[in-house]
Design a protein around this ligand. Structure first.
Ligand SMILES: [Ca+2]
Ligand SMILES: [Ca+2]
Length: 264
């Protein structure tokens, strides 16, 4: 039973050479170490890229960002009656926000040069091709909704049909999630009268809009991890799964060596 479980865990390791090396280990202790290491690797690779840090903050391990879990915090606090603001007001709100002891919150960006989007256009004026439409994953805001939260074309963000279990779990980490226009902190470079926004219904497209006539909900984000790991300013590094694996193997080997040492 244990053996079968261990073999199943080993089979999930992406590194074939490493898998073979671990499979050659025959002692129970080495096998146990391998199982723990495989489980660690699995939790790193298969689990959601978002981690609840508590106190209303969510860490994005892929982009090394911390999101405010309340997606309509400006309304929650009474800063704005419905939480929908024009981009300039949203910018002021995010820049002035102090939460969790941090004052470096800002609006998330979108990427005008994100070729993963469904459409492109030439803005002229010496600017390169820009991208808009659906399926964009290259901006902070678009990555959150398309990759982490499982939004799809023509669907409400709250529709979990066909989403992965990680995406469903990720969505549950946030509060006040709703279909809306979301403001970004990214200006439209050719003409600052316009800016980039994400429409999360129907389907999450990124587009440009006129600042004065647009309104949207604002999410707050900051660089790094509030736990102290992942933020270079804290000098803390998170070990890669492979590093953890090797450390566990070394530990197992040293324990084995100690056990095999003949009594004096
Ligand atoms: Ca408003
Ligand atoms: Ca969905």
């Amino acid at each position: 039973m244990m053996r079968k479980m261990l073999d199943q865990l080993l089979a999930t390791l992406p590194d074939i050479a490493l898998r073979a090396r671990l499979a050659r280990m025959t002692t129970p202790l080495a096998k146990a170490c391998a199982a723990v290491a495989a489980a660690v690797t699995l939790s790193g690779a298969g689990h959601a890229a978002l981690i609840d840090r508590g106190s209303g903050m969510i860490y994005d391990t892929t982009l090394n960002l911390t999101w405010l879990a309340d997606m309509n915090y400006a309304k929650t606090t009474g800063y704005d009656a419905d939480g929908k603001m024009n981009p300039d007001d949203a910018l002021l709100w995010a820049n002035d926000l102090v939460y969790g002891g941090y004052d470096d919150w800002r609006l998330p960006n979108l990427n005008p040069f994100d070729s993963s989007c469904s459409a492109s256009f030439h803005p002229g004026g010496g600017y390169g091709v820009m991208y808009q439409g659906w399926n964009c994953v290259g901006g902070e805001l678009s990555h959150l909704f398309w990759v982490d939260l499982g939004i799809k074309v023509g669907e409400s963000v709250l529709n979990s049909t066909g989403d992965t279990s990680e995406q469903v779990a990720n969505l549950a980490l946030f509060s006040n999630v709703q279909d809306s226009t979301l403001v970004s902190g990214t200006d439209y470079a050719p003409d600052s009268v316009f800016w980039w926004y994400l429409s999360i219904y129907p389907g999450g497209g990124q587009f440009i809009g006129e600042k004065l006539t647009s309104q949207g909900m604002a999410l707050a984000v900051r660089r790094g991890d509030v736990s102290g790991c992942g933020d270079s300013s804290h000098g803390c590094t998170v070990p890669e799964p492979q590093t953890l694996l090797l450390a566990l193997m070394a530990l197992g080997a040293s324990v084995l060596a100690a056990r095999r040492r003949p009594p004096r």
